[in-house]
Design a protein around this ligand. Sequence first.
Ligand code: SAM
Length: 205
Amino acid sequence: MVKEQVERRGIADVRVLEAMRKVPRHLFVDPVLAGRAYEDAPLPIGEGQTISQPYMVAVMTAALSLQGGERVLEIGTGSGYQAAVLAELAGQVYSIERIPALADRAQGTLRRLGYDNVTIRVGDGSMGWPEVAPFEAIVVTAGAPCVPPPLVEQLQVGGRLVIPVGSPHAQTLRRVLRKEDGVDQEELVGCVFVRLVGEHGWQGE
Ligand code: SAM
């Protein structure tokens, strides 16, 4: 998976490649889908949600430029797979999921695999997690109509936010760099994510 789908498409960050080689993706999906876990595609995880395509996990993770030791916030825990990849690369990972059943399952999977540097909570991640902010990196794994202002506020200066922004059906992955006097923004690649539902996301189911 890493060689064919990630390295070959130009992801060169060796720490990201190593982390993705290490995390057993098949343990983050339903056992009936385990045989498809390393395919070049997102897969259903229940509740109408998905585990993201491996390549997209790699692009988003590489865009965070993690060196080790950072405090990272993830919005959209889903299966917990992206959180595990982040946990291999950063110091402490905070992850928010709005659907309790997914948060519970991800928590169990991460605990069984020994990831004790991931803290999950149920809630609206579009509001961020002010009690444990600021973060050096924030990744949103659901598509948003705009960049949620609380997430920018909870980034420390020099911090990176990676988020798909666009319509409910197609988005562009955006990287926001927090500076002393504002932000720099850069568009990375087209993508399609399930919707970010919440105060600073899409309204309703
Ligand atoms: N990162 C996940 C993984 O590795 O499996 C994939 C996440 S899935 C593409 C998007 C997730 O975002 C869904 O589980 C969905 O319930 C969640 N979500 C949507 N809106 C949210 C919000 N406002 N706060 C927290 N989670 C949200």
